[in-house]
Design a protein around this ligand. Structure first.
Ligand SMILES: [Zn+2]
Ligand SMILES: [Zn+2]
Length: 271
């Protein structure tokens, strides 16, 4: 059982628990690493100074029992330099590059998604998905992220809204093209259990078809809970590991501090 998580939210952004409560939960569960990933995006404004200061304090306080890392979940549409202090970056695409008064994200609500599609893509969900993946494809070039967050977030509401067929070539081709480009850049992808854990989606991000494609392209994975509350810190890990194994993956990746305090990426065997 892999006990580490690198996609963790707290009350500094949209999480329910404080960073210290998340640390205490991780210690209780026997985690070896815990990485925080406060949102940095056009919508959520985190007090970044307070965030980095508090995670540093926790890192020292708990150094004997847990390896704590301070990262950020940086949005593809946000200032890449906003994360200069972070030890690692999750590159996530939540918002689309459209001309609107408020930032328009694909995972906020069904209403927002509908408005986004109707006002900017003529109601054509395949066209919107294509635009999403064209932006997603640039995430590493823009952010130099450590790994790609929830690759197919665009289908966040597809289980409930059925706005497109996830096996249709009009959907899959742009997704696979983006994936192939990112894999060629050597950036790993996370298996994200967030929506699955909250019973909002029947599958992880990426879905099984895309996860299998990722394996066949030679891609690498992380397994993360995208926890917004302590009760879900390790939720979904076993199912995600099984999904990864069934797609052919034998290893997952983790981040950890080496003896000099540098963050390194290492592999762990899946079981
Ligand atoms: Zn996200
Ligand atoms: Zn997140």
């Amino acid at each position: 059982m892999i006990l580490s998580n690198f996609h963790t939210h707290t009350t500094f952004c949209d999480g329910k628990n404080t960073a210290e409560e998340m640390v205490q939960e991780a210690v209780k569960l026997g985690f070896s690493q815990l990485g925080f990933s406060g949102h940095m995006d056009p919508d959520i404004h985190m007090d970044t100074d307070a965030y980095f200061k508090e995670i540093k304090r926790l890192k020292e306080k708990y150094q004997d029992v847990l390896d704590i890392l301070v990262g950020v979940e940086l949005d593809n549409m946000y200032d890449p330099h906003a994360a200069d202090e972070a030890e690692y970056i999750i590159g996530s695409t939540h918002f689309l590059d459209v001309d609107s008064e408020i930032p328009m994200s694909v995972d906020n609500s069904e209403e927002m998604l509908k408005t986004l599609c109707e006002e900017h893509f003529g109601g054509d969900y395949y066209r919107m998905a294509k635009a999403y993946y064209e932006l997603e494809a640039r995430v590493y070039d823009r952010l130099h992220c450590t790994f790609v967050g929830h690759f197919d977030l665009i289908v966040r509401f597809n289980d409930s809204m059925h706005f497109l067929d996830e096996e249709d070539q009009r959907y899959l081709n742009p997704a696979l093209e983006a994936m192939r480009y990112l894999v060629s850049e050597g950036v790993p992808f996370e298996i994200n259990c967030g929506a699955y854990n909250r019973k909002r989606k029947k599958d992880f991000y990426p879905c099984r078809t895309l996860l299998k494609a990722l394996h066949d392209m030679g891609g690498e994975i992380f397994i993360n809970s995208d926890a917004h509350q302590k009760e879900l810190l390790s939720a979904g890990f076993e199912d995600a590991a099984q999904a990864a194994l069934s797609c052919g993956f034998t290893y997952t990746n983790i981040l950890q501090h080496d003896q000099d305090g540098k963050v390194i990426l290492t592999k762990r065997k899946l079981s």
